[in-house]
Design a protein around this ligand. Structure first.
Ligand SMILES: Cc1ncc(COP(=O)(O)O)c(C=O)c1O
Length: 345
């Protein structure tokens, strides 16, 4: 992005570590984590395992690697996982499960609320027959596109999966957003799953890192896979310290991001022709811009130092609120948008 960028709504991944976080990183006690002796990584892993109510956890460099490790821990060569067409681990991760794990995806259309139809899940589970790949896993995502999956749905989908002997993985890159939005402990949201991938570098505001949390058996497999995939890092307590800092300081405050997203959606919905796709549950707002304005509106925002993601089709924009865009940024963005539309005939 250019130097004139003032308000960056592209993603919650753009946050920079705060002074307090940088200090915690500078002071972190470290060791060689591949040899299993980085005390700060161990503390972070234990803390997240405890918060999510699981036996073990594994610090990894990215959400993409965390999901891949989970898929490969659950599924072997020629196995299959059921997943949404819009799920990050299917659509946005370079097909890693197929390329590196020889795992076949069985994608299903996401419904408008982000869920997968229970009927379609059940229909897509293959019988035990040499013609078919072995269906092994159901992978859900919460939040998905910023939308919180209803708890009853998660219970129903995972119960169905288990009835057929499938494992259950959650891409919980933003599961803390879901937890804060629902007012439920993150452990409640994690309970129906064998593995949960949590990103520290999104709403929680760290520079790098994700953690895969699950049963001792799956995480032990995951540790081997992490090494194989090149994700074993050495004095990585420096990054784990940022994660511990984030868990202490940046979880409850996600509610501010959600309130800012609501204010943003409310304000944008007042602009002539702009359509907010759905009121935001958390920190992500999608809007549809009329085709005749789409290009000019995006350029106008850019000229005012406001960045959004416009790669969701020519007329759809994604705005994401986070630690580094406060209410003032929201008001400034709404002011710039109002300015644009007041100049249209
Ligand atoms: C839902 C979801 N899962 C996983 C990831 C992957 O995370 P990373 O960018 O750390 O690989 C992202 C990244 O945006 C995401 O939005």
């Amino acid at each position: 992005m250019n130097a004139a960028l003032k308000y960056d709504f592209r993603s919650d991944t753009v946050t920079r570590p705060s002074p307090g976080m940088r200090q915690a990183m500078a002071e972190a006690e470290v060791g060689d984590d591949v040899l299993g002796d980085d005390p700060t990584v161990k503390r972070l892993e234990a803390r997240l395992a405890d918060l999510l109510g699981k036996e073990a956890a594994l610090f990894v460099p990215s959400g993409t690697q965390s999901n891949l490790i989970a898929l490969m821990a659950h599924c072997g060569r020629g196995d299959e996982y059921i997943v949404g067409q819009q799920a990050h681990c299917y659509r946005w991760e370079g097909g890693g499960a197929a390329v590196l794990g020889s795992i076949q995806p069985q994608p299903l259309e996401n419904q408008p609320d982000g869920t997968l139809s229970l009927e379609q899940i059940e229909k897509s589970i293959k019988p035990d027959d040499p013609h078919f790949a072995r269906t092994r896993l159901l992978a859900l995502e919460n939040t998905i596109g910023g939308t919180v999956l209803p708890m009853e749905y998660v219970e129903a989908a995972t119960t169905l999966a288990r009835r057929h002997g499938l494992g259950c993985h959650l891409d919980g890159a933003r599961v803390f957003n879901a937890s804060v939005a629902l007012g439920l402990p993150v452990g409640t949201l994690a309970r129906p799953f064998d593995t949960v991938s949590v990103c520290l570098s999104k709403g929680l505001g760290t520079p790098v890192g994700s953690v895969l949390i699950g049963s001792a058996e799956l995480i032990a497999k995951g540790r081997r896979l992490r090494k194989m995939l090149g994700g074993g890092l050495r004095q990585v307590g420096i990054l784990a310290a940022a994660g511990l800092y984030a868990l202490e300081h940046n979880v409850e405050r996600l509610a501010e991001d959600h309130a800012n997203a609501k204010a943003l959606a409310q304000g944008l919905s007042q602009m002539p022709g702009l359509k907010v796709v759905a009121p935001p549950d958390t920190n992500i707002v999608f809007i549809d811009v009329p085709p005749q304005y789409a290009g000019a509106f995006a350029q106008h925002l850019e000229r005012h130092g406001i960045a959004v993601t416009s790669s969701y089709g020519a007329t759809r924009q994604r705005w994401v609120t986070h630690l580094d865009v406060d209410r003032h940024a929201v008001d400034a963005a709404l002011g710039a948008a109002a300015d644009f539309f007041s100049n249209q005939a």
